[in-house]
Design a protein around this ligand. Structure first.
Ligand SMILES: NC(=O)c1ccc[n+]([C@@H]2O[C@H](COP(=O)([O-])OP(=O)(O)OC[C@H]3O[C@@H](n4cnc5c(N)ncnc54)[C@H](O)[C@@H]3O)[C@@H](O)[C@H]2O)c1
Length: 439
């Protein structure tokens, strides 16, 4: 066994508090799922931290421990939950409204879910236009609201008895904004909070409050949020890990599975048309052109970066890529995503591939939330700070160091994730070279 870890990993002692802005479909499916799994009512399907193994050493060594036995992660029994929402519904009521999980399952979890009452949200109807609710902080400047969130965090820390906290944004998608002057440094950002600068989004106020409180932050939506110099610097200065953006679940997950395959075989692509219908609250918010634009940006960037049309102009320079999302209430959370892919092969002969993915958005997202909070907590205990690129595996628009293009290929992302865990524990990195087997 290797002598010493590359990083000092503090043990996962005590409770891990998970703070969630947005007690909606994804977060309640996640919380209800954890409570169900704890009671033996279901399996954590889709979660690497709960189900995956990691190969160590040579293929002939037969060492493949579970990830959760290889690195010290918080156990499901140690998780406690809190959050904020613009609606007063408890997590139980919100889960019932979301209609993702069966009422017969939810009724068995009524007690723990009803105990989660959302704290008053920091909300701005300029950033999320289709919904509005009564459970919001109304007094003071954006800085006062940040302070109120910091107070909420401290109160939760005390009342829950958590020894460590992680925050994960599961709120609605905010309208599209580029980084502005106010986001350039921490000083301009803090001055902007005091002056109610309209360029500061609610999600950034939560992220600021988290980072000021020493709490790691993950962003499950495509909003800008921590992807600004001011908040990146704050995370680095305070030695706090962050990651984002936008859970990679349905259609984009499929894209990042297939596109690397076409490119690996040097097959060309002329067009990729993706359309979705969904009828949950997320779909309703995404009907707003501003919120859709934020989503469209993350969904579109994926193919360009995987296919590298500049390196392969004959195969991908003329690719026409479009993404549509339509709100269609009858489907609720059961989204349908169609892809029509026009590919071409030898001598340019055309072929078509059709995908019809009848998926369940929140069922796909919940295990990602679990893995992200457990891995972010691990990163925090390991002294890792700033952007955690090894968690790109979970995101449509992975955050990277400035100037670095993100890696979208899901298999490269998985290798990066597992190699990071091997590196942490000072195990040999796996390159798949394999020449040693033939010496
Ligand atoms: N489900 C997926 O597969 C998936 C994939 C990628 C990204 N996402 C993103 O995850 C987020 C959550 O998705 P969902 O299906 O749970 O949506 P949802 O609408 O069910 O839940 C979002 C909740 O956030 C609340 N909210 C909005 N602004 C808030 C604020 N400022 N403070 C506190 N709460 C606020 C809303 O009231 C709502 O209850 C969305 O942004 C969605 O785009 C979901």
């Amino acid at each position: 066994m290797p002598a010493k870890d590359n990083v000092q990993i503090a043990p996962a002692e005590g409770k891990l508090g998970i703070l969630i802005p947005g007690i909606g479909a994804v977060s309640t499916t996640f919380i209800a799922g954890v409570e169900a799994i704890k009671r033996g009512l279901g399996l954590p399907v889709g979660s690497l931290t709960q189900l995956a193994t990691i190969r160590l050493g040579k293929r002939t060594d037969a060492r493949s421990p579970m990830i959760k036995d290889f690195v010290p992660l918080a156990g499901l029994d140690d998780l406690v939950f809190g959050g904020w929402d613009i609606y007063e519904d408890t997590a139980y009521e919100s889960a019932v409204n979301a209609r993702v999980l069966e009422p017969s399952l939810l009724s068995q979890l009524q007690e723990p879910l009803s105990a989660i009452r959302p704290m008053k949200a920091v909300f701005d109807p300029e950033y999320i236009r289709r919904i509005n609710g009564p459970n919001v902080k109304t007094k003071g400047t954006k800085m006062d609201k940040a302070q109120a969130l910091i107070d909420d965090i401290e109160q939760f820390r005390e009342s829950s008895g958590a020894s460590r906290l992680v925050m994960i944004w599961c709120g609605s998608t905010e309208v599209f904004h580029r980084p502005a002057a106010v986001h350039q440094t921490l000083a301009t950002f803090e001055a902007g909070l005091c002056k109610n600068d309209p360029e500061i989004a609610p999600s950034q106020i939560y992220a600021y409050a988290a980072l000021k409180s020493g709490v790691p932050f993950a962003n499950g939506a495509p909003n800008l949020t921590t992807d600004t110099p001011a908040l990146l610097d704050l995370a680095k200065d305070r030695n706090i890990p962050i990651c984002g953006k936008d859970f990679k679940t349905g259609q984009t997950f499929m894209k990042t599975l297939l596109a690397p395959g076409f490119k690996a075989r040097m097959l060309g692509i002329n067009g990729w048309f993706s359309t979705n219908i969904l009828g949950n609250r997320d779909g309703e918010v995404l009907e707003d052109p501003g919120s859709f634009k934020t989503k469209e940006e993350t969904k579109l960037s994926v193919l360009d970066q995987i296919l590298q049309p500049k390196l392969y102009p004959d195969l991908y320079a003329n690719l026409y890529h479009a993404v549509r999302i339509n709100y269609y209430p009858p489907r609720g959370d059961s989204k349908e995503g169609w892809d029509n892919i026009d590919i071409f092969g030898w001598l340019g002969y055309p072929m078509q591939i059709k995908i019809d993915f009848l998926c369940r958005d929140s069922i796909l997202a919940a295990p990602l939330v679990l893995d992200l909070v457990l891995f972010l907590d691990l990163a925090q205990r390991s002294g890792m700070r700033g952007i955690q690129e090894w968690l790109s595996f979970y995101f449509k628009a992975p955050m990277t160091a400035p100037g670095l293009y993100p890696e979208h290929d899901v298999f490269i992302q998985l290798m990066k994730l597992k190699n990071t865990l091997r590196w942490m524990r000072n195990e040999e990195l796996i390159t798949h070279l394999g020449l040693e087997y033939y010496d």
